[in-house]
Design a protein around this ligand. Sequence first.
Ligand code: CDP
Length: 206
Amino acid sequence: MKNIIIAIDGPAGAGKSTIAKIIAGKLGIEYIDSGAMYRAITLKLYQLRCDLNDEVSINQILEDTRIDFIKNSIFLDGKNVDEEIRTPMINENVSLVASLKIVRQKLVAIQQNIGKNKSIIMDGRDIGTYVFPHAHYKFFLTASVEERAYRRWKEMHEKGFQVNIKDIKEDIMKRDDMDTHREINPLYKASDAIEIDTTGKTMEVV
Ligand code: CDP
């Protein structure tokens, strides 16, 4: 079988990762969560209290950073950070870090490298438009902001975070705005992507 690349893009909470994991399981291919990579870098930069205007330091940190995916889990410098990258603090700061040119250059190179010799399904914001413009299959998932906020609230609530839905909705709208309007690789639907509005649909239907 030739290597296939499946790209799924869309705004926060549209259900990309849930769908991508199901498809990866069915096809027996690897799932790569590109958002988790931006989250992991955000975690590291904040842990090191790095000044986001200091390109030299950021570059050095990126050089010294290792990100691996093993069985749908993300490892930052050898440590599993699945939980740590999904806190409200990371939610609030990830889109700012993801707007930095040097961060994107580094992560896009890693993402393209992962897809070089194997079949993968990758979700994110710029996968079908920029990372893999020649992906074999492209999907763009959306849903109403209310539903996306509710889904994220439920997810966080189940993990034990005391969060209120209004704050989550605001965070999602702020991130959508930053992701859509940033200068480098903004979020938009590739002209050849299939758009699916997941509002009110179960994962099976989607
Ligand atoms: O899970 P959720 O949809 O909330 O977000 P995510 O996929 O974990 O991505 C977190 C953030 O990383 C996004 O809001 C973007 O700012 C950034 N991101 C990006 O810029 N490009 C990507 N390919 C993936 C994520």
